[in-house]
Design a binder for this molecule. Structure first.
Ligand SMILES: [Zn+2]
Length: 76
């Protein structure tokens, strides 16, 4: 009898990551250009707020990845 819901590590990450630091989709889109630019020019890491938002927001994640692909950046 196993009535527990199965949670993958990724699902747990998504649930627990959705707290701080908070970034709205608008903020995310606003900063996307600058952050991707930072990735390509100076190899900067993703800011925490940004990374958390992408983990919890498939729409922005896809946007960020397609933008990164355009300029040859890698989102880690
Ligand atoms: Zn978003």
């Amino acid at each position: 009898m196993n009535e527990r819901v199965r949670l993958t590590p990724e699902a747990i990450d998504r649930l627990t990551a959705n707290t701080e630091p908070w970034l709205s989709c608008d903020d995310c889109f606003e900063q996307l250009d600058v952050i991707i630019d930072g990735l390509t020019r100076s190899n900067l890491p993703l800011p925490d707020a940004f990374r958390v938002h992408l983990m919890t927001c498939p729409a922005c994640d896809e946007e960020a990845r397609s933008l990164a692909a355009l300029v040859g950046a890698v989102i880690r």
